[in-house]
Design a protein around this ligand. Structure first.
Ligand SMILES: [Mg+2]
Length: 156
């Protein structure tokens, strides 16, 4: 558990982290630089899930590299499927990270949503649904490893 206290907001006891895969922590199927070691560090205090609409081969590879649960979603109503996954996990205790329109509902409905610009860019819907936007996944994961950065950005 990571306790996030941001002045002007309700304290969040974060138990779970949901990561979009493509465009967020992976680019062209390859895990982005700096992600593996940060995910491993965070996995000591959080339950981490990766969501993807990608193919099975990649899923096994990502599972192996990151040592986290990877869940495949279908190629329809992706935003709703991701939001449904979040609801099952517990939105009040979950942080989500994503970049696409299909991430917008989970970004909005989580205790905290972090948008990634990355190399693929962030969709307008995802941008408007996130609490904070950062340039790449390393920076997003560092916000959780160094929560003072989040406080500085989000306090009122
Ligand atoms: Mg994406």
């Amino acid at each position: 558990m990571i306790r996030l206290t941001i002045p002007g907001r309700k304290a969040i006891e974060v138990e779970n982290l949901i990561l979009d895969m493509n465009g967020t922590i992976a680019m062209d199927g390859m895990v982005s630089g700096g992600v593996v070691e940060r995910v491993k560090k965070l996995a000591k205090s959080l339950k981490i899930y990766v969501l993807t609409a990608g193919t099975q081969g990649r899923i096994d590879e990502i599972k192996e590299i990151l040592q986290v649960e990877v869940h495949q979603i279908n190629r329809r109503r992706e935003a709703e499927q991701k939001a449904e996954f979040l609801r099952k996990v517990d939105p009040e205790r979950t942080i989500t990270i994503g970049n696409g329109t299909n991430d917008s509902l989970m970004l909005k409905q989580a205790a905290l949503g972090i948008g990634i610009i990355g190399e693929e860019g962030i969709s307008r819907e995802a941008l408007l649904s996130a609490d904070v936007i950062v340039k790449d996944p390393k920076d997003a994961l560092d916000l959780l490893l160094k929560p003072k950065r989040l406080q500085a950005t989000l306090r009122k």
